[in-house]
Design a protein around this ligand. Sequence first.
Ligand code: LLP
Length: 417
Amino acid sequence: MAEIRSAYSSRLHFFGRTTPANLAAEFGSPLYVYNESLLRQRCRDIRALSGLPGFTPCYSTKANGNLHLLRIIREEGLQADAMSPGEVALLRAAGFSREEICYVCNNVAEEELAFAARNAGVVSVDSVSQIEAFGRVNPGGGLMVRLNPGIGAGHHQKVVTAGKNTKFGVVPEDFEAMAAALARHNLTLIGLNQHVGSLFLDPAPYLDALAWLLEAARPFLPLRILDFGGGFGIPYHKYDPEPRLDLAETGRRLDALLEPWIRETGFSGRLIIEPGRYVVAESAILLGRVQAVKNNGPVRYVGTDIGFNVLVRPAMYDSFHDVEIYPADASPRPPLAQTIVGNICETGDILAKDRLLPEIRTRDLLGLLDAGAYGYSMSSSYTQRFRPAEVLIQADGSPRLIRRREREEDLLGMFPA
Ligand code: LLP
């Protein structure tokens, strides 16, 4: 097969000993394709962020909950953050122990708080009323409380999770009420956590928030855990140069803030971070098939089988994913402005708008890069289309099915007779 825009995946040997065409023929389309070596590398990068005693990266399961990927992440020595009973079930099935799971939830039922206390090493709640709820079902227990540092960061307003305009965390004005609620239920505050938002490439806001938490924590010491949250970004532009987050520099600055504070306070607990995207995003390419091409006025629409039920990030956040083209034939492909869309009955079903790319034709395969985080995990069965399959390109270069495509029985099996 001719290659017209696949230099990035070729350089990484992303598809190992197979090809997009073979994968689509064997496993169907659309198809999430993961690369094991890349996933392992990202786990190692994040573990190397800090060498401080107690430093504990907890992979944020919401980014991708595939059981087989979780097993790899655990083998690489990461612990995990969960936010629902389903995520806990997957983590336990992947081999994570109760102690290796921290449960960071918001606005959940008392039953769920009781479940979390039984099934996770530590539970974080994020309001005074949830402290009360936790206390009612776990009187005398220990918990972590999420604070709102007033500093947010993220790639889109919808994923900034701290500051005034968000639902998250306990704000300093409520610290007294928090202490009273803890005392009322005889609860022990064992940790404080925060998460300022998702996707930073400049670490300054993350580190500012971290410094804020260190100061905010002083009156609550001794604590067993400080958890600074996730948000470590990846560059989504792979064909135009976009600098990576400098993890080495971020780690040096993180240590420089923590070391004097640890010396001063004698803190000897765990220092948690909760990376999701950084660990899994770059390990996947989403393959889809071009089904139709047309012009509407000046716009050339490339119609694929990747609707927003399969990858919602572009429709939801206007997110950019770079596109590769694996052509069905060797005909010349002059560059054209093209808008790539899915097969859902909504105008917002756009994957990539007005991109200058080699001419895409019917039957070509496309690859949406960096689809490993919040790709499958946010997919849906809207319009009753089946969720796609997932395949892992193993370290030896061979493909292995790690989740089958949904099928009619899955759909019909939900309904009682
Ligand atoms: N910890 C907490 C408490 C979180 O809420 C999140 C993400 C993370 C950790 C992991 O953040 P990460 O390292 O992946 O940035 N769906 C959006 C991202 C939403 C993130 C929600 N919380 C997207 O597709 O960009």
